[in-house]
Design a binder for this molecule. Structure first.
Ligand code: SF4
Length: 638
């Protein structure tokens, strides 16, 4: 088969048994890789009552069809499992160089089963696959361990690690690679840690069979030539995603002090420009990328050791910076380093810490809960102490280690109203009170509030920020197109910023595999995955679906107090309107349950049978399901 490594690897961590099987081409074509492979395998194989951190959960590592190919920016690698944060389907992906290395070793999916009796790391050197002891690495920080393993194994191994947070089962623990690329969301690092798998080290030296090498070469060459002079190229190379900090403040969507407001006084101190002036050491790129948006930086704070990190990216600046009240780029960079080395997702980690800071401000938690420390806005020492408590699950750190929803449920006193999360997943770095399509995106996403599933801010601007009308079909389109990049496994920034079209990515898939695949087929695949993960969520968490698509009260009813979006809120009525419109356009019933008709259209009749048995199948829609589900605008997407 062209374009794939050819082998699915299964490893039983309890017994050490290693099995290999050929990757079926029909499976590859139907699910395309990464997010698709994970969704199908988790749905089929993990019992619905399995504890996310128990032996029955699977931990899956999977490149996508374009990973490691000569197609533009095919750098991505997917990780998947059932999430300890949301109790639903989880997938999270990272750039860097590990994905291509796994493909070159010949593997399309690595399925890790059960729990190892002792800490181990997975060693792959082409056909040599071993579980090696990792007691000597247990307890080490993610970044420290990667440096150590590069020394132990050699520079030509690509390595992914977890930190103490992953070992300790923190619900938003991440996986780190290349000293700063993360599979950050859904708690995939906690599941890796629950398996006692401290690291993955891979060297792959085989070649990848390409169906039409001259065609793919010309295709990629033409895109490189066309995008080099693109006006967005230079600013992205200079500032990376951090260039977005000024835009988000000007547009009233930047979270400040746990999303209390959406314009951050002092944002200039944590902007992309400040990053370039003050902390930037050099630029970095993932495999196959000529945009090099990665920024390698040094944080310098008097009284603390200099620290080196990749970032901070926009999301980290928004959540560890704005949402925690910081105004100094060195402090944000240091916070980034702390989270990376502890193995905490900077997005959920920053969001949870901002939430805890508001709890401290309101007197809901006190110094007595914080081992005598404070938790003040913008204070990096307080931030350092608090995230240390979370990673170790020490004292009140245990309460916050399962995310804002779980913490608010335990704290009570109305804290759930300002816990900025959906389905247990903390918001990405965009407030939505002036951006209702983005709120709908967060609340209906299968994995919770992650902008990777749909970034609709510019769609809101195009459609009108103060209206709920017309938002739902565009969100559905974005929820199909955007996660496709996590399925193909190429970087979506080339689409959003350099105008490389989805159709051009499909052209690359055609050159690579020889398939007669189209964008329409890919969009149908994406919709199939979306419905499958929706069914998975309902089967694990009960129905109806509508009861899970819930927005925080702050986003619905609390007016923005300052800045360009002053006075705005979404309003419960508008949100309910969008939700009704969303379900109708998806072909789900009014309770948010998928219908048989839509599932059968997507080739999922067995799932319809299963939902019917469980009483979770949507009622037939009078007049039938809409033919086209989702509507393309031309929003710029990031
Ligand atoms: S644009 Fe940035 S994230 Fe995307 S592949 Fe290049 S370096 Fe990686």
């Amino acid at each position: 088969m062209y374009g794939f490594g050819g082998t699915v690897l299964r490893i039983n961590l309890e017994t050490g048994e290693i099995r290999r099987s050929p990757t079926p081409e029909s499976f590859a074509r139907e699910w395309l890789g990464a997010r698709g492979f994970v969704a199908k395998t988790i749905y089929d194989e993990v019992p619905r009552n399995a504890d996310p951190l128990g032996p029955e959960n699977l931990f899956i590592v999977a490149p996508g069809v374009l990973t490691g190919s000569f197609a533009p920016c095919g750098s991505k690698l997917g990780f998947g499992c059932v999430s300890p944060l949301t109790n639903g389907h989880a997938d999270s992906n990272m750039g860097g160089h590990l994905g291509p290395e796994i493909k070159y070793a010949g593997y399309d999916m690595i399925v890790l089963e059960r729990i190892s009796p002792k800490p181990v790391y997975l060693f792959i050197d082409d056909d040599a696959v071993e579980l090696r002891p990792a007691e000597q690495y247990w307890g080490m920080g993610s970044l420290d361990l990667e440096a150590r393993m590069k020394k132990d194994l050699g520079e030509d191994f690509q390595i992914a690690t977890i930190g103490p947070a992953g070992e300790n089962g923190v619900g938003f623990a991440c996986i780190t690679h290349d000293f700063g690329r993360q599979a950050g969301r859904c708690g995939v690092g906690a599941v890796m840690g629950s398996k006692r798998l401290k690291a993955i080290a891979v060297r792959g030296t085989k070649s990848l069979a390409v169906h039409d090498l001259p065609g793919l070469t010309k295709h990629t060459y033409d895109i490189i030539q066309r995008t080099k002079p693109h006006p967005n190229m230079e600013p992205w190379q200079k500032y990376g995603t951090a260039l977005f900090v000024s835009w988000a403040n000007e547009h009233g969507c930047f979270p400040s002090r746990n999303f209390q407001t959406t314009y951050h006084e002092g944002w200039e101190g944590i902007s992309g420009e400040k990053l370039a002036e003050e902390v930037l050491v050099t630029h970095k790129a993932c495999f196959g990328c000529w945009m090099n948006c990665g920024k390698y930086s040094r944080a310098r704070i008097p009284g603390k050791p200099d620290t080196y990190l990749e970032g901070p990216e926009y999301e980290t600046i928004a959540l560890c910076g704005g949402s925690c009240g910081m105004t100094d780029i060195h402090h944000v960079a240091y916070a980034n380093y702390l989270c990376d080395n502890l193995g905490l997702d900077t997005m959920s980690g920053g969001n949870v810490t901002g939430f805890a800071m508001e709890c401290y401000e309101r007197g809901i938690i006190t110094k007595d809960d914080l081992e005598g420390h404070e938790l003040r806005w913008g204070n990096i020492d307080d931030f350092e102490h608090f995230v240390g408590m979370i990673a170790a699950r020490r004292g009140i750190g245990e309460l916050f280690s399962h995310g804002t929803r779980a913490a608010a449920q335990k704290l009570g006193r109305g804290t759930i109203e300002f816990a900025e999360q959906a389905k247990g997943m903390e918001f990405s770095g965009y407030d939505t009170r002036w951006y209702s399509a983005q709120l709908l995106s967060y609340c209906t996403a299968d994995i919770g509030a992650h902008h990777n599933r749909s970034w609709a801010i510019t769609a809101d601007i195009e459609l009108g920020q103060d209206t709920p009308v017309g938002k739902a079909p565009v969100v559905i389109y974005l929820q199909h197109i955007r996660p496709l990049f996590d399925t193909w496994c190429c970087c979506r920034l080339f689409w959003g910023e350099l105008d490389v079209t989805p159709e051009e990515h499909v052209d690359a898939v055609r050159h690579l595999t020889g398939w007669d695949i189209t964008i329409e087929e890919c969009m149908l695949t994406s919709e199939r995955i979306w419905n499958l993960t929706r069914a998975h969520y309902l089967e694990r968490n009960g129905g109806p679906g509508r009861k899970h698509d819930v927005a925080p009260l702050r986003q619905l009813e609390e007016r923005i107090p300052t800045g360009p979006a002053e006075g705005r809120k979404v309003g419960t009525e508008n949100f309910e309107y969008m939700l009704n419109d969303y379900y109708a356009n998806r072909g789900w019933d009014a309770e948010g349950n998928p219908t048989r008709e839509v599932l059968e259209t997507l080739g999922l009749p067995r799932i319809a049978d299963r939902l019917e048995k469980l009483g979770l199948l949507g009622k037939p829609i009078p007049g039938g399901i809409p033919k086209v589900r989702g509507q393309k605008l031309k929003p710029k997407a990031m």
